[in-house]
Design a protein around this ligand. Structure first.
Ligand code: ADP
Length: 483
């Protein structure tokens, strides 16, 4: 695969400013999920290197926090510009290791870079307060200071943006970061670390450690120098990291699983709802934590909506992300494929009706057909678990209160969506959905300007927006007496 700048595909990890090259004998092999071909190797590191990186981060952070916000902002701005200047190459690396179509991968680079741009701007707006005092001779000052060394663990579904959404605010606030990217997609992380170095981020401030998740995670959570752990991934691992972080009382940022409802009311614009469902359900081949997992259509429009959706889904082309016109790539691995197959066969066994797709794709590998299943009921696995694949299950409902109850009947609470025109209904439903995010008449809600995050088992904290940077600061109260 030809890159304009081949040095961006670097087979190494960055530990405290020191590059450690991969030795193929002991390294982790990264494969292209569309073809099974080797992309390259990254070193298999563990606790010792994590400890080294944390110590280097502690040192580098002091100097970084001592710079002016504008100085930090300038470095971040440069980093953003380098990402955009290398958008093509970063997109190619991403498609190679993750499988998503090249256009979508380049879109992720722009989206990922936008967090660096946004937080370069926010760096200069970390304001404190002066509050009315409780005694005549006293004044109350509140300042916000960087939390210190941050550990980050990120997933494979957005190999660029899930890192920048954490690194942008961390560096803007004056923190240092030690990152463990997903082993399926480390090259995107390494490439952005290289660009950070070129942008002038000081050595040791940002480490990228590839290797054993359990060993790296154990050191990150046990090490008292790490004051915050920010994680995006499964609820199961998030809960484990939460538990491991308890003895050192770390601040936690957790972006975990979802089970998003997508509700289409009788008064919705059906074509818009179909378009929104395609984005909310099939983006990244259904492998996002905000993907619509359960689609509820009201009686009056159920059949028309099902028909329109099936027709639109039938036109989505599945294939290698580098091929022209491909909209859906492969699933990340065979375990993901097995889960999708299980959910479809469980739905069919319990009375679900496949109206589009419904089986492995003729391309083989981990490709699965874009699928629509009608007549889905709450007893089916698709109703309770995140499918994380290209399967749209359609539930029928009659009553607004009933669909809200069904939508909220889950342990998760990340994204939710609904389509309706009646203004009173729009407010009622938006307020009643127990989710961190609600898309009304849209299937695409993520952006650097808005707070992303969930409630219940979907996590803690918010990323992006003016709130995202607060997560990387501590509040200090200074009581000024003797005035
Ligand atoms: P996904 O379903 O997205 O793969 P995971 O929660 O398994 O979700 O993985 C998300 C990230 O967490 C990845 O970087 C993975 O390597 C990491 N991870 C998995 N297990 C552990 C663990 N025990 N400790 C720390 N990190 C882990």
């Amino acid at each position: 695969m030809s890159l304009k700048d081949p040095t961006l595909l670097r087979q190494a990890a960055l530990v405290g400013g020191r590059w450690i090259e991969a030795d193929p004998e002991t390294a982790i092999a990264v494969k292209n999920p569309a073809t099974g071909e080797l992309v390259g190797y990254v070193p298999k590191l563990g606790a010792a290197e994590t400890k080294e990186a944390i110590a280097a981060a502690e040192k580098a952070q002091k100097d970084w926090a001592g710079r002016t916000a504008k100085e930090r902002s300038t470095v971040l701005r440069k980093w953003f510009e380098l990402m955009m200047a290398n958008q093509d190459d970063l997109g190619r690396i991403l498609t190679m290791e993750q499988g998503k179509p090249l256009a979508e991968a380049k879109g992720e680079i722009a989206y990922g870079a936008s967090f660096i741009e946004w937080f370069a701007e926010e760096a200069r707006r970390v304001y404190g307060d002066i509050m009315p005092g409780h005694q005549k001779d006293k004044r109350i000052l509140v300042m916000k200071q960087p939390i210190g060394v941050v550990a980050a663990i990120t997933p494979w579904n957005f190999p660029n943006a899930m890192i920048t959404r954490k690194a942008g605010p961390a560096f803007a606030a004056g923190c240092a970061m030690v990152l463990k990217p997903a082993s399926q997609t480390p090259f995107s992380a390494i490439a952005i670390a290289l660009l950070a170095e070129r942008a002038g981020l000081p050595a040791g401030l940002f480490s990228v450690i590839t290797g054993s998740a359990a060993a790296i995670g154990a050191e990150m959570t046990a090490n008292p120098t790490v004051r915050k752990l920010t994680f995006t991934g499964s609820t199961e691992i998030g809960a484990e990291l939460y538990r491991q972080s308890a003895p050192t009382i770390k601040k936690l940022g957790l972006e975990l699983g979802g089970n998003a409802p997508f509700i289409v009311f009788d008064d919705a614009d059906l074509d818009a709802a179909v378009e929104g469902a395609l984005i909310a359900k099939f983006r990244n081949n259904g492998q996002t934590c905000v993907c619509a997992n359960r689609i509820y259509a009201q009686d009056g429009i159920y059949d028309a909506f099902a028909e329109k959706l099936a027709a639109a889904v039938g036109k989505l082309k599945t294939g290698n992300g580098f091929d022209e016109g491909v909209i859906l790539g492969p699933l990340i691995d065979s375990a993901a494929l097995a889960k999708v197959e299980e959910h479809v066969s469980d739905a069919v066994a319990k009375g679900g009706r496949v109206v589009q797709g419904g089986k492995r794709h003729a391309l083989g590998g981990t490709f699965y057909e874009a699928t629509v299943i009608a007549d889905v009921t709450p007893e089916m696995a698709v109703a309770r678990e995140e499918t994380f694949g290209p399967v749209a299950p359609l539930f029928r409902f009659t009553d607004e209160a009933d669909v809200i109850a069904q939508a909220n009947d889950t342990e998760f609470g990340l994204a939710s969506y609904f389509y309706a025109k009646d203004l009173a209904r729009v407010f009622r439903v938006a307020e009643a959905l127990e989710y961190g995010m609600v898309g009304v008449n849209t299937g695409l809600i993520s952006t650097a300007e808005a707070p992303f995050g969930g409630v219940k088992l979907s996590g803690l904290g918010r990323e992006g927006s003016k709130y995202g940077i607060e997560e990387f600061t501590e509040i200090k109260y200074v009581c000024l007496g003797g005035i």
